[in-house]
Design a protein around this ligand. Structure first.
Ligand SMILES: [Zn+2]
Length: 304
């Protein structure tokens, strides 16, 4: 255990005790108040971008959810589990049927014209994450070299433009869309099954389903966009370091006292040979970053 790891562990336990009643304690993202200087700015920018793109993607997502389709899904589900008839419903397969109904409805979204817009919105989120990760890599390198004057906005715009024709981002977007659908289907299936268990009426069930799919904190979308953008940022940083000939990278945790033990282990094992560096994020909501000494020669235009 290094000093830094020891301090982070102590702070993590402290935070957990202070917020033991908060059901989201294990999901807290970051405590900006515990970070300083470049690191505070880095995470603040990431959070702002993630909030912005979550909003953009969620707006498009909500437009795709059509009440008539939800009604049809609920009716199909009620029929399958015998809720539509007067007889006693068969409760043995409620959860399975609920998930199947949810999946069928959500997979059909891909046939709607609005799907292309959703795909583009996710691609933009990934591109922004990746560009920010490139800027982060240079900001961290500059901090290590004692070089000041990085203009984060100029750097971001330049990095973003360099990704304009990167076709692999479309493939990434499809992967993350698949995860969004799976997660939303799980949430929706559980909501339907719970409603059936508690004897909800058809209308109550429809409202519960609409709520899961369109509430302002549409959880599946927020969760996946956050994860996708963090992954893109870490990939962007690592590929920048690789293309600049960096041989060794550190993994740095957010160091704000709410870092998990897996991340602390990876951090403590730094530096890593760049070819063996563990892929981060290690898990959703992971806030670790790659950090390395890097030549800033190619990035002179990013500095004032
Ligand atoms: Zn982590």
């Amino acid at each position: 255990m290094t000093e830094r790891v020891r301090a982070a562990c102590t702070a993590a336990v402290q935070t957990a005790i202070e917020h033991a009643d908060d059901p989201r304690i294990l999901e807290v993202t970051i405590d900006l108040g515990k970070l300083e200087g470049m690191w505070a700015l880095l995470f603040q920018r990431r959070e702002e971008q993630q909030a912005k793109h979550t909003r953009l993607v969620a707006d498009v997502w909500r437009q795709l959810i059509d009440r008539d389709s939800v009604v049809a899904m609920v009716d199909r589900f009620r029929q399958r589990v015998g809720l539509a008839e007067a007889q006693d419903p068969d409760k043995s397969n409620t959860a399975t049927e609920a998930l199947a109904a949810a999946k069928a409805m959500l997979h059909a979204l891909a046939d709607l014209t609005g799907w292309t817009t959703l795909r583009a919105a996710i691609r933009e989120a990934i591109a922004a994450g990746r560009a920010e990760g490139m800027v982060n890599a240079v900001a961290i390198g500059a901090e290590r070299a004692g070089r000041i004057g990085l203009d984060w906005n100029i750097a971001f715009n330049d990095a973003y433009q360099s990704l304009e024709r990167l076709d692999e981002l479309w493939g990434n977007a499809d992967g993350w869309l698949g995860r969004t659908i799976d997660r939303a289907a799980g949430d929706l299936g559980r909501a339907l099954a719970n409603a059936a268990e508690s004897g909800a009426s058809r209308d109550e069930m429809i409202n519960a389903a609409m709520d899961v799919l369109t509430s302002s904190d549409a959880d599946a979308v927020a969760f996946v966009v956050d994860w996708a953008m963090t992954t893109a940022a870490d990939e962007g940083a690592l590929s920048l370091y690789r293309s600049e000939g960096v041989l060794q990278v550190d993994v740095i945790s957010a160091g704000d006292g709410i870092v998990c033990s897996a991340c602390l282990d990876v951090e403590a094992s730094s530096p890593w040979d760049i070819l063996d560096a563990p892929p981060i994020p290690l898990h959703p909501i992971c806030r670790c970053c790659y950090a390395a000494d890097v030549s800033l020669a190619h990035f002179a235009a990013w500095f004032a």
